[in-house]
Design a binder for this molecule. Sequence first.
Ligand code: SF4
Length: 233
Amino acid sequence: MIKSTPHWVITKTFPFYLSKFAGTHVNKLEVCEIFYSLQGESSYMGRPCIFIRLSGCNLRCSYCDTKYSYAEGEFRTLASILSEIEQYPCKLVELTGGEPLWQNDSIPLMHLLLEQGYTVLLETNGSLYLEDVPQAVIKIVDVKCPGSGCPDSFMLWNLKCLEPQDELKFVLTNYADYVFARDFLQVHKLTDRTIHFSPVTSVLPPEILAEWLLKDGLKVKLSLQLHKLLNLR
Ligand code: SF4
């Protein structure tokens, strides 16, 4: 099958998984921040989780709340990242951004974390190929709605790369976004997957979204950002 790539999405080719932590090639990642908090935006919501936020993103969503991750970060070896996260009493780790897949060496990091016994979540914006993501990683994949300002950024091929444990997330700003998301689920027959509808609460009150969901009886979850409700990072 031919993969279709929206003309404005800049793609990268991932290298093969070259090193396993101790190879001659030294993998490095540009890290924005590493912190420990509660997971707030998936089926893992409420679980203590270590977050590795990588720098850089290929999109510019209108509602982005992590614009600070666009800036240059600190280049870190995988060894130093692993050493830092080992201080936390937790084996759940999430790669987030920015866009984690924008950096090639995020793939070796995922392999390494899995080897070290971590449960690995990947928050990704859906515009970059998921083919090289290790199968055991739990992917939480955005499908950008029109209100994001990045319409058509979703890589449709990625639907073929989803494993049963993977989840899709639609961030909604208005009714047009809701209709887009509802139709997307119907067109692509995504009824058996965990789906999150997450309102941008400054422009779409959750109770309004709740009314729409109840009216249509959609098999999706209304997701609020728990970490923000609790004033956590
Ligand atoms: S994909 Fe995420 S990090 Fe990138 S601009 Fe959109 S909201 Fe921000």
